[in-house]
Design a protein around this ligand. Structure first.
Ligand code: GLY
Length: 403
């Protein structure tokens, strides 16, 4: 081909490639940008449900979780651990905008989870129900939501092992683990603290308090990072082993796990006023914010000890959880101004570099999260919980700044 024809052709190809390659945002996205994305997501959900109403197991597809490798939307049944986050996203949009359209959608998607109040197959009933029904009750005051949440708390405490002092997280891998407890489980305690206040029954509080103490004793290392899974002997309560499931190694610091710990101890301090929990949250924050492997934009790699840093994927979900937790921590800690500055920096990074370009990622707000690198699953994708904690962090920032 003649050279004068090659160059125009290359230019056209470059334009095509750059149109199909996600461009990072340079400006921080606005609430209008977020709303436009979420309306697109809602359209996409309805299309998937119409064309493909059930999963391989015959369960109805209800909640968007991420995108598949081919770029299509992944919509999962109500029993998925992440099912509470999309209703929660819709509730937060209602709270951020005051627009009834979001409330109507939130009510509808929340109702799809009603049966989950009885799902005690793992600890995730707390995630599923408090992010959906918990926000529904908080924002509407509708008492019909209370009985569902109370039943959810009853379902969760069935998993409590008195001899261990913890709620068991998972039932799989039973040939290896007896009573596996993951750091993520700290997040489920919010449902129990709420239930104790709601019902006046101290058992919920006592179980949550004891779980937090046991976890503080056994999950944390001298450098204030945490192990992912601690397995306990169900008879003696002794620690049997310490493993990872989603991190790089048993001894490494899986980024989302560290963020769950930070959020979990900050929230637990809110309900208990127990200073050791506040100190634990501050110690975790120190590990994260002073970590030599934390990038300047404060969006961590998927594991702080991932061997290929800096050529490892970032985990936006870990950053979003951390930002939300830091906004809460700043109202309790003497280091509040420092935590606020860091949380602001995370939100700025997420809302610019890591936000979906308009129309991208099926309508999810943020890209670039990691579900499970060891399982080669959900690498560098949007995740519904990254969006949930991002919106929660935006709300917390707004509330702090309007005080
Ligand atoms: N709680 C499961 C996860 O963070 O992936």
């Amino acid at each position: 081909m003649k050279q004068h024809l090659i160059f125009p052709l290359l230019a056209v190809l470059l334009v095509i490639v750059s149109c199909s390659t996600p461009a990072s945002q340079t400006e921080v996205i606005t609430l209008d940008d977020i709303a436009a994305q979420l309306l697109l997501l809602d359209d996409n959900i309805l299309k998937v449900q119409a064309e493909n109403p059930t999963t391989g197991d015959g369960l109805p597809r209800v909640i968007p979780r991420t995108i598949n490798k081919d770029g299509s939307l992944s919509v999962l049944p109500a029993g998925d651990w992440t099912s509470g986050f999309y209703p929660g996203v819709l509730w937060y949009m209602y709270e951020l905008t005051g627009e009834a359209e979001w409330k109507d959608k939130a009510v509808k998607y929340t109702a799809t989870l009603e049966e989950q109040q009885y799902n005690g197959s793992n600890h995730d009933v707390g995630f599923r129900m408090f992010c959906s029904y918990g926000n529904a009750l908080r924002l509407t005051g509708d008492e019909a939501y209370i009985s569902v949440l109370e039943q959810s708390a009853k379902t969760l405490i069935v998993r409590y092992y008195e001899n261990v002092g913890c709620i068991r997280s998972w039932n799989f891998n039973e040939e290896v683990w007896q009573c596996p407890v993951i750091i993520d489980n700290m997040m489920n305690l919010e449902l129990l603290f709420w239930a104790s206040e709601q019902t006046g029954d101290p058992d919920y509080y006592d179980i949550a308090f004891r779980h937090a103490l046991t976890t503080m004793d056994n999950h944390f290392r001298p450098d204030n990072s945490s192990v992912h899974v601690v397995d306990y002997d169900t008879i003696t309560g002794a620690v049997r082993m310490k493993n990872t499931h989603q991190g790089y190694a048993d001894e490494s610091a899986w980024s989302r796990g560290q963020a769950w710990g930070l959020y979990g101890y900050t929230m637990t301090y809110r309900f208990t006023d127990h200073l050791d929990f506040l100190k634990q949250a501050e110690k975790i924050a120190g590990f994260l914010l002073e970590n030599p492997n934390m990038p300047d934009d404060l969006v961590p790699y998927w594991d702080y000890d991932a061997p290929g840093i800096p050529d490892e994927p970032r985990d936006v979900s870990a950053a979003a959880i951390m930002a939300s937790a830091l906004y809460e921590l700043c109202s309790y800690s003497e280091n509040g101004a420092y935590y606020k500055e860091k949380a602001d920096k995370i939100l700025e990074s997420l809302g610019s570099t890591y936000a979906s370009a308009p129309g991208e990622n099926c309508g999810f707000i943020l890209g670039h999260s990691v579900g499970s690198k060891p399982a080669d699953s959900e690498l560098d994708v949007p995740l519904n919980y990254a969006d949930y904690y991002y919106l929660e962090a935006l709300l917390r920032q707004k509330n702090l700044e309007s005080q």
